[in-house]
Ligand binder design. Sequence first.
Ligand code: F6P
Length: 537
Amino acid sequence: MLKPFHLRQSTAHKRLVELASSAGALHLRELFAEDPSRLQRMSASLGGMFVDWSKHRVTEEVMEALFALAEEAGWKEGVQGLYAGEHVNQTEDRAVLHMALRGAAADGFTVDGVDVMDEVLATRHAMGSYADAVRSSDRITDVVNIGIGGSDLGPLMVTKALRSLSHKGPRVHFVSNVDGAHLESVLDGLNPESTLFIVVSKTFTTQETMANADAAKSWVESASLPVSDHFAAVSTNIPAAVRFGVKAEHVFGFRDWVGGRYSLWGPVGLSIACSVGSSTFAELLSGARAMDRHFAEAPARENLPLISALLGVWYREYMGFSTHVVLPYAQDLDRFPAYLQQADMESNGKYVGRDGQPVEHPTGPVVWGEAGTNGQHAFYQLLHQGTDIHPADIIAVEAPLSAYTDHHTKLLANAIAQAEALMCGRNESEVREEMRASGRSQSEIDAIAPHRVFRGNRPSTFILLDALNAKNVGQLIALYEHRIFVQGLLWNVCSYDQWGVELGKVLAKNILAEWAEEGDAPTHDASTQHLIDRLKR
Ligand code: F6P
């Protein structure tokens, strides 16, 4: 169990408040001008990943104070406890060991004193063999993953990210929403004879997933096909999956010490393995494991997840920036922001602390984003000139992702340019000079120049992958997973439960039950009741 940490009562907090009061005056342009070694000091490579955090509004003093804050919070002991299988998920009394799913036998991860690696490796082997058999079968052309939240977003994001490695695999589709239009639009054009459904649900009770799975089952049955030939399942609730009609040998289990949003590394990643094959899936795991080792072993000043987390805390707590925008300059990573929304916001969007008391400070930011360059033509206006500042992560890939290599140079130029524009901006004298040079009249210059000024000083991290391969993708995801852990530790929340999603589920169930009842006996507030009555009629 992680001990409570009261950030605002820490010694480092006082120092950080002092530093924050003068940080507003710092401009990144000046920080770079004053320190020729800034980039060297504030960037690092790990495997195929280069991370540049020099464009952040922090000085050496700020970083020192942030590291001191992490020390006071006991980040090292926290990581040790996490890896040792302590019940870090305290409200559900469970270990948090998604690292074991990508681990090796020698890692010896244990839960409640039992080494879990034999079981993990046996499941990995079984799901890998199954995925490879699906890939080499002439019978299956299309795989449909039915799941939602962590049983959808991770596998979907990675399957898209590794599109270029999916040759010879089946087409893989994802159905999550309980809006029947989702299932219908995916089934349209598919042939039941050559379709395999993978029902993915940790609990095997989730309303959306079960509704979609039941409808898919009817679709198969109405083509007079045996359900057991067209369904596989992934769950911690193996009996429920078997009762549904899946052959026991095609149900892949996992344990409750894997949270849904951290689960893509095990059998929840079956659709990924069907798309790219078991050996590429293994590469994904090895990338994540490399980040796990780095996080556990690297000293604070070189520790990428720790540094990334501390920068996020600096902005959220000390600079008052309330969102974190993620901008992948890779179309194949376009679901990365959506994936991260769940990973981060379901983990750290909490106002109750580990001691059961409301926390006295902001916690998880709003995470949002969109693939570049599309975002540039949508919301970047606000990023550059909006009244709020949104720290950004720009993720780019060195190797082209398509045969259109000229496109790639343009894409990369845009990624770099945006980071530069966010940081440097353009001051009024530069704007006026440029307008004069292009022959604009003095009155035009006076009227328009203020609108063309960019204050800049808007922070970003630049993450450059040498290729969008499985290893790098694994490493990238694990970087964010560990960032979330550190931030949850500092914000004193229980990052691995999700009680906040319960109420809506219960109320939806109640409303559904009332739907079937005669009459309109009011049981809700006037607004809710009106909507129910109106739609019932
Ligand atoms: O949204 C709540 C949640 O419990 C997520 O945490 C989870 O990933 C999702 O629902 C799906 O749950 P399951 O895998 O049990 O169907």
